[in-house]
Each structure stands twice: as C-alpha cells, then as structure tokens.
Design a protein around this ligand. Structure first.
Ligand SMILES: [Fe+2]
Length: 476
C-alpha cells in the first residue's frame, strides 16, 4: 500500500483529541466515555443546545400548574395498552425468546402458539423514593393475525400474576408495565443508541484526516453529541441525579439505581433472553410491527448512499481507515478491525451505514415517538404499591401521581425526551473536496431517496416521524 503520512494540521483538532476513556462512573459497566473536549465543542453546544434548556426552564410554573389542574393518571384500556406496547418505541421490547425464569413463572402458557413477551426486568434495580413505587413486570401477549391480545401480567414485587378479568388489580398492573416501559425505554434501550457511538465519534475526529472521504462523510453527523453525552453522564445538574429541587428530574428513584439501568442495557442481564449484552450492529435489530418496518425502510437508503460514497478510496485513505477501525475496536470489541474492514467492502459499508442511521433516524424517531406519548398514560412515578394477588385494593387514578410528578415529567419531556432538532438530516451539507463534482450528485440522490421513503411511509400510515424533523446527529 502506498500511503502518504499526514501532519497534525491535516486533522480537525491537530490530532490532539478528543479520545475515549473508561466511563468515570462505571468503568467496567458502561460504554467508554469522552470527557475531555475541545473548547469549540463546548461553546457550540452551549450556544445551540444548552441555552435552549436554560430558556425552557421558564415553562416550569406552567407545567406544575397543569399538573395541579388535572391531577393523576388517565385510563388506559386494553386496546390502547396493547397499541402502546406494540406500535410505539416500546415494541423494541416485544420478543419471542423465553428463558428459564419466564418458564417458571408462566409454565404451559409459553407452549401456546404465537406467544410474545414484554419483559421489564431491569426495573428491579431501581431504588424508589419514599412514597413512590416501581416493579419489574413481564407481560404475555398473543399475536392474532396482525394484532396482539394481552394475556397476563406478572408483577415481580408481589410475585403475582394478573389477567384482564382481574378488575382494578389488572388496571393498576398495567400502569406498572407502562412505567417499566418508560424506564427501560429511556434508560436501558435508548442509551445504546447514544453512548457506544461516542468512541466512534471521537476517534473519527482525531484519527481521520480532514481530506479522508470517510471523515467527510461522517463529520456532519458528529456535531453536538460529545458535549451532550458529557452533560448527561457527568454534570451535577443531570436529570439522572434526581434531586428534589430539579424541576426536570422525573424519575421515581435514586441516582445509583437509575445509573444501574444503563449498565443493565450495556452489559445485558444474565439468564434473561430479552437483555443480551450490547454488540455493535451492522443493521437495525429486528423490531416487531410497523416501528420495525420504519427502521428497515430508512436503513436501505443509508446503505445505498454509503456504498456509493465509499466506492473509491485511495491508498492513503485506506491506511487511515484501517487505523481508525483498529482504534475503535480497542473500545468496542465487536467492531471490525482494520484488516477485516478493508478486506470486505460490504462489511465496511454496513458498519458505516449503521452508524449514520443510528445517530440520525434511529435516535431521533425514539425521541419523537416517546415525546408524543401522553405522559398521563405512561407514568414514571406511581404513588400506590403494586397489586398483590388476593389482597383487595382501591385505586384512585387522581391520586396515583402528585402534581409535581406531572410537572417534572412534562419539563423533562419538553427539555430532553421530545425531539428538538437543531440540524435536520435532509439539510445535511457534505464537503467531499476534490470529489465534490461526482459525490454531490450521490448526496442529491440520497435526499431524493429519503423523501421517497418518507412519502411511502406516510402513505402506509407508518410515518413515525416526518423527515424534516429527523436530526443529522445525536443532539438531544
Ligand atoms: Fe437520545
């Protein structure tokens, strides 16, 4: 290979970082973190993202007042309950893999045809505040034609199984399932789209020269992310800290337990088939139903785009891409090394396409979908103990949450959960240097293809987010 070695000035930050390191809080449990960042990244984030958080805090009194005027939770009937589990981002949790624990709880029920499980076991690690309750749950559903029917809910805290005929017990159990969905979506599953990508972000900025076509392709998709991640993981004002005075900290328990949810997502849960250890992916994982169809439809466009951009790479570019992959592999053991990635163009394309898909479509649609749910139907805090088989209960929906529970949740929804797109995927500008004449045509076609997918999804009723709202990078 005839590679030409580059000088520091040929790199974005003169080859002086940022670089991954073991996560300060959980060096052995969470993905690597990127903590030391150039001032320009900090400034850019505060100017465009952080300032919005500060400004949005002014809405707090209104959020609390809305909680006061309309207290408690709203009814969720069985049809809506199933739709929430199977036609939203919660459908990521619907699986057909059963483990020993599932078999012990549900026995012969699992032998029936078309049985699916929705397992929120990670909730076990949450240590709730006084007066607030949470429980791990497992829900069984049966697929009938194209729809699902709820069969039973297992509530771990009380070791009880409930059926739809169980009246108030069933209704209360459903709220605990949905609470588990909220916790596992935001702190177990969604973080896997964020944090494992940070080492790739940092290494791309530091180890690829600015005139490398891979850098030119990825660079617009790396903006805002590293400082955002640092804020979530290390700031004393992070919503994970759950301090009483934070008007935007909606979770039901203490920081340590919440942080453990991130570990469960990354490390997986031993002997639980629904929670394998994190691995780098080369295509979106299978998701049942239309939410999965949405992901697959967009991913195809990314693959076509990336394969055309990475079609011609010279020897110098190959040399640095090989190093780039080796560096990433040292932080992400399942990432292909330089030798593998250079020997297999299909693998190279899938690796890069998945990254771009993850940080744009995959990440934004989760936020948009969750951000548009009715937070009076998918609680994070519940102020009644979970139901126990044989024990009478009285459930008053208005008393299931306090007004400040709603206020904090609504603020978190506005600040963090809903998609607040600063730079949109459809407007992404790439600079391919001397290849611009050829590759800008590929970019134009990519954008046409994105518009076509968006129109098709809309026609099929599967447009989980309008294309214009999809962000270029992880920026919320
Ligand atoms: Fe996110």
């Amino acid at each position: 290979m005839d590679a030409k070695l580059k000088k520091p000035k040929d790199f974005l930050y003169n080859r002086m970082g940022p670089w991954p390191q073991p996560c300060p809080e959980h060096p052995f449990g969470e993905a690597s973190g990127v903590i030391h960042l150039p001032f320009s990244e900090c400034f850019d984030w505060w100017l465009h993202i952080g300032s919005r958080y500060v400004f949005s805090l002014m809405y707090s009194p209104i959020a609390y007042l809305r909680g006061l005027l309309n207290p408690g939770l709203e009814e969720v009937d069985d049809a809506e309950f199933v739709d929430m589990l199977t036609k939203t981002m919660l459908s990521k949790f619907i699986k057909t893999d059963f483990d020993e624990n599932d078999k012990n709880i549900f026995g012969d029920l699992l032998e029936q045809k078309d049985i699916w499980i929705c397992d929120f076991e990670p909730v076990k690690v949450v240590k709730t505040f006084k007066g607030i309750f949470a429980s791990a749950t497992k829900t069984l559903l049966r697929k009938e034609n194209n729809t699902f029917v709820p069969l039973v809910i297992y509530v771990d805290e009380t070791d009880s199984v409930f059926m739809p005929t169980d009246g108030e017990h069933w209704c209360l159990a459903k709220y605990f399932v949905l609470q588990g969905g909220a916790l596992c979506s935001t702190l177990v599953e969604h973080p896997l789209l964020h944090f494992p990508m940070d080492c790739i972000n940092a290494i791309t900025k530091t180890a690829l020269p600015k005139d490398n076509v891979l850098f030119q392709l990825m660079c617009p998709h790396l903006r805002f992310t590293l400082y955002l991640e640092k804020a979530v993981l290390t700031f004393k004002t992070s919503l994970l800290k759950g301090k009483w005075w934070m008007p935007y900290a909606p979770y039901p328990g203490y920081y340590e337990g919440l942080r453990e949810l991130l570990v469960q997502g990354y490390q997986g849960i031993l002997n639980n088939a629904s929670y394998p250890q994190y691995k780098y992916q080369y295509e979106p994982e299978y998701i049942v139903g239309s939410y999965g169809d949405f992901h697959q439809a967009y991913f195809k466009v990314f693959k076509t785009f990336v394969s055309k951009i990475l079609d011609e790479i010279d020897d110098t570019e190959k040399f640095y891409i090989g190093k780039w992959a080796d560096y990433i592999k040292s932080w992400q053991p399942d990432f292909p090394d330089g030798e593998k990635i250079l020997a297999n163009q299909e693998l190279f394309v899938s690796t890069v396409a998945y990254f771009l898909f993850d940080v744009s479509v995959g990440h934004t649609v989760d936020h948009y979908n969750y951000g548009h749910m009715n937070i009076r139907k998918i609680p994070l805090r519940i102020r009644q103990a979970p139901p126990k088989k044989g024990m009478p209960i009285k459930m008053d929906r208005k008393k299931l949450t306090k007004y400040w529970d709603f206020g904090k949740y609504e603020m978190a929804r506005r600040l963090f959960f809903d998609a607040s797109t600063k730079t949109a995927l459809i407007n992404t500008q790439y600079n391919f240097g001397h290849r611009n004449e050829k590759l800008q045509k590929v970019v134009a076609q990519f954008k046409l293809d994105l518009r076509e997918v968006d129109a098709n999804l809309r026609a099929k009723g599967q447009q989980f987010i309008p294309l214009e709202k999809i962000a270029t990078s992880i920026q919320f």
